[in-house]
Design a binder for this molecule. Structure first.
Ligand code: SF4
Ligand code: SF4
Length: 129
């Protein structure tokens, strides 16, 4: 089993690329789970219905500090669990279904119809505020 060295990962991040997979397979580390995601209106509506039906609560990832800090990790990532960390897995948006951080494994999203329908969503604000 081959994994990237810490130095290589830091260099990749500095260059705007990173690969946290293991030989191209997702390790479910959650590092790509951002609070800012491109989504279509249909995806937003589906997720709203799902979280209401299943009473899904917001997850926070910041350490308590005297001054409030911004949590830029997706509120659907439950990192208290080692498995089944994803609260909306069955209805996750297309970007989450297709993204993989390994550049050579990433399929090009060349569907312009999909891209044009997407807007960048502040996930925490959209679903929990
Ligand atoms: S795709 Fe995301 S969850 Fe999977 S290894 Fe890369 S950063 Fe981690
Ligand atoms: S919806 Fe799921 S896969 Fe997508 S960023 Fe949030 S936790 Fe990660």
């Amino acid at each position: 089993m081959k994994s990237a060295s810490l130095e290589q990962m830091m260099a990749d991040m500095n260059n705007g690329t990173y690969d946290l997979t293991c030989n191209g397979e997702c390790t479910q580390c959650g590092n790509c789970c951002s609070n800012l995601l491109p989504m279509t209106e249909d995806e937003i509506t589906t997720i709203h219905k799902h979280i209401k039906k299943h009473r899904i609560k917001e997850h926070r990832h910041n350490y308590p500090t005297a001054t409030p800090t911004m949590d830029m990790t997706c509120p659907f990532l439950n990192d208290d669990k080692s498995k089944e960390k994803h609260e909306i897995y069955s209805v996750r948006p297309r970007i989450c279904r297709e993204f993989i951080c390994c550049p050579s494994k990433r399929p090009p999203i060349d569907d312009w119809g999909y891209k044009l329908k997407c807007k960048t969503v502040d996930v925490r604000k959209e679903f929990f505020k």
